[in-house]
Design a binder for this molecule. Structure first.
Ligand SMILES: [Zn+2]
Ligand SMILES: [Zn+2]
Length: 517
């Protein structure tokens, strides 16, 4: 998020000009130190109080994080997630007013491989992040993005938990927590057993060069920055969820702020993710089932966070991303960001207006046909938005696409490698066998399995795959799961076909009898 333009622009009161004149709006005693928005000047103390209160209020209001629960904080090193980390530290401190009672851990994903960074550069960044995390005393996991290649296919299956009354279970958890432990003795900082389990697999040197190359190959097959960012977001999420599962966390805390979410909301619309807007921007994102993602920073603007970090010396690290140093128009996400941020400069309520609109969105309970209801997108794990009626905008898009494309579209080619694309590697029947097992996707002669990714993806994720020249380098866990789902749906339709003549039609007659009469 680029905040440089707006960051301190006239927000910090110049000590020379107005020191004696302006008092804090809140306590009316101390001299104001900053103007949060026109007419809202606060002193240092009141600003801190306001900031801290917002964080606790967000968590308190939603009652999703239970006392004693293990929560994994996704920290990118940027200002927003570092402010989140700082708030958790403060909240767990001995003299915190309303003490937080969960057990935090931190995860950082190093994406240096996609930026072509050298091993030395990546190690330097990780060392910086490591020392930042060490200061907190929380368990932490520093994970190279390459680890995504080792994920099991099960990461793509949402794990459903028995859902009972959430309000009741929250109260139960609080009671249990109070009984089982005197409140003040639970200090996550001294959980040695967890501390010892850290950072073993986190040394980038341990990552085989081949894995780095595979990941680079994958991204080199993606033609646009828009699709690259989308794919990276997907992979990163899978890695976060998987880390949370294997390390025993049940919540994932994300540092997305209000400005970020406003940009995301508009960008999502442009990317065709309309059906997922609500779940993507809400406080609580339950799509993974057992791991619930929460966004406690969603009420803060980027400006507020920058001011807070500046005034209270919250450390953060500048880490370049795919978007860094790219032009405004290089991707849909980047363009939306620049649009919102520039508009915000002249119209300070831009972000809050977009954000409040997002608040009103709710996941519409689309009339799902029962058989299709559990179908989730293979990539983003949202409910598939492609199983819609014939009059939907999606169908209209498909029709116009068909009309304007004579013959096979590039997507069909790349999505059905069995008919069009071979893996490129020399691959004859004999010595190709081993190779094909490794690739699983690209070669048709392995059991005649046809891959149909298209039907497993939501509209927007289909667009991302369309922007890829080939899918051969997609991580194995994705391809295995895709094959499994394809096989399952084939079997389903086969069974349906076999039993079709025994099924009753809607008016109660069996089709065969009907034919006779
Ligand atoms: Zn004050
Ligand atoms: Zn999707």
């Amino acid at each position: 998020m680029c905040q440089v333009d707006e960051e301190y622009n006239g927000l910090l009161e110049s000590p020379v000009a107005s020191s004696a004149t302006k008092k804090c709006n809140k306590c009316k005693e101390t001299t104001a130190a900053l103007v949060l928005k026109p007419g809202e000047s606060l002193c240092r103390g009141c600003f801190k109080e306001h900031f801290v209160h917002k964080f606790r209020a967000m968590l308190g209001k939603n009652r999703i994080i239970f006392p004693g629960e293990k929560v994994l904080l996704a920290v990118s090193g940027g200002s927003s997630s570092c402010a989140m980390l700082n708030q958790v530290q403060e909240g767990l401190g001995q003299n915190a007013h309303k003490k937080l009672r969960f057990k935090p851990g931190i995860v950082y994903i190093d994406e240096g491989c996609l930026l072509g960074q050298s091993t030395e550069k990546r190690q330097k960044t990780m060392a910086q992040i490591n020392s930042l995390f060490k200061m907190t005393g929380f368990p932490h996991h520093i994970i190279p993005l390459e680890m995504v290649l080792n994920l099991p296919p099960s990461v793509l299956e949402p794990v459903h938990l028995a859902t009972d009354d959430p309000a009741g279970s929250y109260k139960e958890a609080v009671d249990h927590f109070m009984q089982s432990s005197p409140v003040h003795s639970v200090d996550p900082r001294v959980d040695r057993s967890e501390l010892s389990a850290l950072t073993d697999a986190t040394n980038p040197q341990l990552i085989a060069e081949a894995q780095t190359q595979t990941l680079q190959e994958l991204f080199s097959r993606v033609k646009t920055l828009t699709a690259k960012e989308d794919l990276l977001h997907t992979l990163r999420r899978h890695l976060l969820v998987s880390t949370a599962r294997t390390e025993g966390y049940s919540k994932l805390m994300l540092g997305e702020n209000c400005t970020r979410l406003a940009v995301k909301l508009l960008a999502n619309i442009a990317l065709g993710r309309g059906a997922q807007l609500a779940v993507d921007t809400a406080f609580c994102d339950p799509r993974y089932g057992d791991i619930v993602a929460v966004k406690p920073m969603r009420d803060y603007t980027a400006k507020e966070i920058s001011l807070y970090n500046y005034m209270w010396n919250v450390p953060y690290v500048f880490i370049p991303s795919l978007e860094t140093k790219t032009a405004d128009k290089s991707s849909i996400q980047r363009l939306t960001e620049s649009f919102v941020v520039k508009l915000q400069v002249d119209f300070p309520s831009t972000v809050s207006t977009i954000y409040r609109t997002g608040e009103k969105l709710q996941t519409a309970s689309v009339t799902e046909d029962i058989e299709r209801a559990p179908l989730k997108c293979l990539f983003c794990m949202c409910t598939l938005d492609t199983a819609l009626g014939e009059t939907s905008a999606f169908q209209a898009t498909l029709i116009s696409e068909q009309l304007s494309n004579v013959g096979t579209t590039p997507m069909q080619a790349s999505l059905r490698p069995d008919t069009q694309t071979k893996c490129g590697a020399p691959c004859d029947q004999q010595d190709g066998e081993e190779h094909c097992q490794a690739q699983a996707v690209c070669c048709s002669h392995k059991g005649g399995d046809s891959m149909n990714l298209e039907s497993l993806l939501c509209y927007s994720c289909q667009q991302t795959v369309k922007d890829m020249t080939s899918v051969e380098f997609l991580p194995q866990y994705i391809m295995s799961e895709a094959q499994r789902r394809n096989r399952r749906s084939e079997k389903k339709s086969q069974i349906r076909h076999e039993i079709s003549e025994f099924l009753l039609t809607e008016d109660g007659d069996s089709p065969s009898i009907k034919a006779d009469s």
